[in-house]
Design a protein around this ligand. Structure first.
Ligand code: ADP
Ligand code: MG
Length: 372
């Protein structure tokens, strides 16, 4: 039997603009079609929630509760290489969200991450180019957490120690009670965690970089050179050494000025930063190629084709490049795909060529869904 992950059905109650919705899916490609504002992107986000416990749009869970309602529920039935898993996410107003797998509640939400690998490609990806380094670290951390349970565990511990170290600096320096031996205890614990995370990120971006050039060429069919470069303080040496060297500075600024929490990713087109020198179309093609490259590396790591969520990919891409993206996804032996489009004919034509088992969901302005 082939290994695969398939979302067979989705049931939602009071999720964002959806009061109630129940859908059955194809194991190949599923297209949510309809005018702006009917809730297509929200359906993609509901699937993202089930796989990662988080939205790809907002950091505030309370926003998922439909206005005027006091709870939300999302339920998905997944088939993982023959094993069925019912994942249920619910949230009541002013309470913490609850996640259950086959009726058993998770004690820690992070225990769920990795069960259902997923990659989302959306217009929000432009934040990766235009926003600060935190966005780039976040996308790296999510995908590495999906691929490797130890990564998330180490990252959470590192972040907790970092917070404690910063709090200690803030408290002990002004009151002149700073002790090098206490600071050293934090450094000692952080060093191996940072080393693990650094190595994982370096390996991941190294592999992604190789796929990126190939994918960009297949989408854009130009000889433009694209590249990414992972950058970390730890490229200079182990964390313990860096922290020792920066102790003077840390006691001045009252936070930890070196470490993997400052890592970044540079993105280049023909040797120049894509942020300044890339056109909108080039940036869009770059981001799709990069996300598909990340998908390829995640797939290699988990030995499973992750679920692929494509929100409004066709926007800002001309017809040729759109066709190339579809062809590339098909070549890559993708798993289950969900996409959204405001132009039903375009998607029906493209997805129809792509796979005869494609399913189309026409969402009307009154949110009735018609399946074709
Ligand atoms: N918590 C919420 N309660 C009610 N409506 C919401 C909530 N969150 C988002 N919406 C509405 O959902 C709609 C957008 O849905 P979206 O999935 O982005 O549409 P589409 O992708 O089809 O253009 C907007 O009209 C927005 O106001
Ligand atoms: Mg949308």
């Amino acid at each position: 039997m082939m290994s695969s992950i398939v979302l067979k059905s989705l049931n939602i109650l009071n999720f964002k603009n959806w009061e109630e919705c129940a859908l059955l899916f194809s194991e190949s490609i599923n297209c949510f079609l309809g005018p702006n504002g009917v809730g297509k992107t929200n359906l993609i986000d509901a699937i993202h929630y089930l796989c990662t416990t988080k939205s790809f749009l907002t950091h505030t869970d309370a926003h998922m509760i439909r206005q005027g309602s006091d709870f939300v529920m999302i339920k998905g039935l997944f088939d993982r290489s023959g094993q069925e898993d019912e994942i249920l996410l619910s949230l009541k107003k002013n309470e913490k969200k609850v996640l259950k797998r086959n009726d058993v509640e998770y004690t820690k939400l992070s225990d769920h991450i990795g069960l259902l690998p997923v990659v989302v490609i959306s217009p929000m990806d432009s934040n990766l180019i235009h926003e600060g380094s935190e966005e780039r670290r976040k996308v790296t951390d999510l995908i590495l957490s999906l691929a490797d349970g130890l990564y998330l565990h180490h990252l959470l511990r590192y972040n907790r120690l970092l917070q404690q170290r910063n709090a200690y600096l803030k408290e002990a320096v002004p009151s002149r009670k700073l002790r090098a031996d206490i600071l050293g205890l934090y450094d000692e614990q952080m060093e191996p965690l940072a080393a693990y995370i650094h190595e994982a990120r370096q390996t991941f971006w190294g592999k992604t970089k190789k796929w990126l050039s190939d994918f960009y060429y297949k989408i854009a069919e130009t000889d433009e050179r694209v590249s990414i470069q992972y950058q970390s303080d730890l490229d200079q040496g182990p964390l313990g050494m860096l922290l020792e060297q920066s102790i003077q500075r840390d006691t001045e600024v009252l936070y930890t000025s070196k470490g993997i929490h400052r890592d970044d990713l540079e993105m280049h087109l023909n040797g120049n930063p894509i942020k300044k020198f890339g056109s909108q179309g080039q940036q869009k093609s770059f981001l799709i190629a990069m996300k598909l490259a990340m998908y390829a590396v995640l797939k290699e790591k988990t030995a499973l084709p992750p679920i692929l969520l494509f929100d409004d990919i066709f926007d800002k891409l001309d017809q040729e490049r759109t066709k190339h993206v579809i062809r590339l996804v098909r070549e890559m032996k993708f798993g289950q795909v969900f996409l959204t489009d405001t132009h039903p004919e375009r998607s029906m034509q493209l997805a129809g060529q792509f796979d005869v088992n494609a399913c189309f969901y026409h969402i009307r302005a009154d949110q009735k869904v018609e399946k074709l």
